[in-house]
Design a binder for this molecule. Sequence first.
Ligand SMILES: [Zn+2]
Length: 105
Amino acid sequence: MDGIQTRIALNEALFREVNENIQKVSEEGRYGDAHFVCECGEAGCEERVAFSMGAYRAVREHPLHFFVKPGHESPHAEKVVERHEGYLIVEKPPEAAPLLSGETS
Ligand SMILES: [Zn+2]
């Protein structure tokens, strides 16, 4: 992995943490669809992606899976595994796993 790939992975892990909090709050409030932040690797991205808790949990079942707005994927750092209305699911390479787990020093 090069420096750019590392930066993207770290940003995605950060956005995932934000979304974990959105999920907690939304489940407590029993809303329908929730508006999650785009998990692309761009530091300044503030796009929102709306989908159901069920769809959100399905993505989270895979530690290497993230969701992004169409066009926000980074082909050199991840591959698109599913295309949905309004969002894509991307998969990070296994070597990014240590960065995504938050266990970096
Ligand atoms: Zn984005």
